[in-house]
Ligand binder design. Structure first.
Ligand code: NAD
Ligand code: USQ
Length: 397
């Protein structure tokens, strides 16, 4: 099939794009390279050295990979260019990764809040409007987040794959059963944009019958896949800084350089995780199993396991001998939460989950050790606070 990968230069998008080309699909990457520009603004770089997009694509062809085209389009601002591309290329499917994805970055300032909302919501809406205008029956696979459900008190209830069965009382006393989108409870401006995406999908699916699969993904860890390891110029990015680095990769990288592990609060937060190799596989499975025409938005929970942040820190510490530092939490989030997630859709489609085994954890530590000289320790602390109260607590510590 012909697939456009929006955001195909990013951490999840790049390994996904080369995997799809390896599966013999025709792949076009669309990206405005904004993630690379944000690194320049934040004065930080991926821990792994990453090649430019054109160097990546030439290296991919030199290793025998099926050629991948690259087109620079800002999804949120260049609507006409996007529409022309759809009409010209007539893709079967589009994978949509092209959003500002860091919660701490989205909470830094009113500028980053507004940028995240403008970029993410307009980008997703432009895509939907362009598909309708093109008159093409394109399947969208969108990367959403487990964070749309929130991390408050689900009181031990299992989080279903997107929809919740509710009983609506009728005037005659009877009860009518309905399936609604699971109530959203975002924990940051970034997560809020993903809950807004969900409503855009619901509406365009209902009104224009657009076929959509929304993947509620957990925190992705790991860095390379077998495909990105084929040549050093294909290396994937590794974010470790306080804005873009995600918790498990940060802990592994901190252990590698002898920096005490930065646990926020007591570490009682439970989150969903998935390894980058499984993330890539899930996107492929979602593309190969599209919804039928007229089917409502398919929602999958793209995660393989849940862990408490403090327990993860202890596991990394026992594996590497790292120290643990319990810090004032810069975020406004529950001190502790349960998380039980239904994830059977991908398992039924054949996903064989990669779990947190020591070998894979050590592999990330080795990558981090190899590039430890590229780490700027000043960029490790999380200084983006959710509220003024948290900012004050952090300053006084
Ligand atoms: P990333 O920032 O590394 O990649 C996103 C890519 O999209 C970047 O290359 C960026 O330049 C591009 N982009 C952003 N806005 C764009 C625009 N307006 N026009 C064109 N290109 C644009 O992020 P990632 O970690 O690869 O995440 C990809 C998607 O997966 C995001 O939507 C994110 O919400 C979701 N996700 C990521 C994780 C994770 O742990 N990384 C977990 C769950 C969900
Ligand atoms: N945390 C620490 N120490 C750190 C970094 C984080 O204790 O050094 C804690 C945070 O306070 C939070 C948890 O770890 O409780 C997860 O933080 P994170 O930065 O790893 O993940 P998050 O901000 O939720 O965002 C990431 C991705 C985002 C994706 C989301 C999936 O950046 O794109 O949507 O994971 S989920 O968490 O399931 O919503």
């Amino acid at each position: 099939m012909k697939v456009i990968v929006l955001g195909g230069d990013g951490f999840c998008g790049w390994p996904c794009a080369v995997n799809l080309a390896e599966q013999n699909h025709e792949v076009i990457i669309v990206d405005n390279l904004s993630r690379r520009k944000i690194d320049i603004d934040l004065e930080v770089e991926s821990l792994t050295p990453i090649s430019s997009i054109n160097e990546r694509l030439s290296a991919w062809e030199e290793t025998g990979g099926k050629p991948i085209k690259f087109i620079n389009i800002d999804l949120s601002k260049q609507y006409q260019k996007l529409l022309n591309l759809l009409i010209e290329e007539k893709p079967d499917s589009i994978v949509h990764f092209a959003e500002q994805r860091a919660a701490p970055y989205s909470m830094k300032s009113s500028f980053t809040k507004r940028y995240t909302v403008d970029n993410n919501v307009n980008g997703t809406h432009n895509l939907l409007a362009a598909i309708v205008e093109s008159n093409l029956d394109i399947h969208i696979v969108h990367l959403g987040t487990m964070g749309v459900y929130g991390y408050g008190s689900h009181r031990g209830a299992t989080i279903p794959e997107g929809y919740l069965k509710v009983e609506v009382p009728q005037p005659d006393g009877s009860r009518f059963e309905e399936e609604i989108l699971h109530p959203a409870s975002p924990g940051s401006v970034y997560h809020m944009t993903k809950t807004l995406d969900q409503l855009l999908f619901l509406y365009y699916n209902k009104n224009d019958l657009i076929r959509i699969t929304d993947l509620h993904q957990g925190i992705v860890w790991g860095t390379n896949t077998e495909t990105t390891l084929k040549d050093p110029r294909l290396t994937n990015r590794f974010d470790y800084d306080g804005d873009y680095g995600t918790v498990l990769n940060r802990f592994l990288m901190q252990a590698a350089i002898g920096y005490p592990l930065t646990v926020h609060g007591t570490g009682g937060q439970t989150r969903a995780f998935i390894h980058i190799k499984d993330s890539v596989k899930c996107v492929q499975l979602a593309l190969e199993n599209p919804p039928k025409s007229g089917e409502r938005v398919k929602i999958f929970n793209q995660m393989t396991e849940s862990h408490q942040v403090g327990e993860l820190a202890k596991k990394v510490a026992s594996l590497t001998g790292a120290e643990i530092n319990y810090l004032p939490n810069p975020r406004n989030e529950a001190v502790e939460n349960d998380l039980i997630v239904d994830n059977k859709c991908f398992i039924e489609l054949g996903l064989n989950p990669t779990t947190l085994d020591n070998g894979l954890l050590e592999e990330v530590v080795e990558v981090a050790k190899k590039y430890s000289l590229r780490c700027d320790k000043k960029r490790i602390p999380c200084i983006s606070t959710w509220t003024k109260k948290q900012a004050k607590a952090i300053k006084t510590n």
